[in-house]
Design a protein around this ligand. Sequence first.
Ligand SMILES: *Cc1c(COP(=O)(O)O)cnc(C)c1O
Length: 237
Amino acid sequence: MTERETLQANVETVRARMADAARAAGRKPEEVLLCAASKTRSAETVRLAASLSIDLFGENRVQELVEKQAANAYAPKPAHFIGHLQTNKVKQVVGCDLIQSVDSAHLLDKVAAEAARRGLVQPILLEVNIGGEASKSGTDPAELWALLEAAAAQPSVRVRGLMTIPPVEEKPGEARRWFAAMRRLFDEAADRWRGDDRAKMEVLSMGMSADFEQAIAEGATLVRVGTAIFGPRVYKV
Ligand SMILES: *Cc1c(COP(=O)(O)O)cnc(C)c1O
């Protein structure tokens, strides 16, 4: 099989699994977007994937986002930033279709300032550290409300939902309680901000190759899938 055929078969398999999970949860398959997590993949591979039935790309590293944008690899699909964002790299990321990983007031201020300077409104998600792990990025769930208020007060950003990377669990099925906890936060946020366009809860980004079915069962509207589409990642040393 050519690389394109392999990718196409993988995307079809992922799509079928997503649709099954959605129907099993009484949801419509089209309610859930497929984000291809393309870290470590070449611009050429991304270009092939862009012609398949994925909805968008998610990039983790600023350098890779910038390079693949310059190579026009994502077109015609949107590209989201999904990795940990350092404040000194904000300038390179603002302007992308959605920054999924805003997780502190400090980072929010930098993103808002850069967007304002460029005269644009940057769509963002707020990343939540739902498992409360010391090693993980994401805001503490208890601090989400203050961060939401701060984001809504910035005219140059618009909150579109929440994102999470839950703790790695040993046993299959154990991620589900974290997804359920995220869903409760998402619903509460939607209630608090209902009718307010500054913080609309449209996107609940959660679930990766190992657990996207559980995430869909708990209400994910966007799953970020890398390995199940592109195969195992090889990191260069
Ligand atoms: C790499 C990555 C994914 C995809 O992980 P897979 O296990 O390869 O599907 C999803 N989300 C984020 C934030 C990632 O960094």
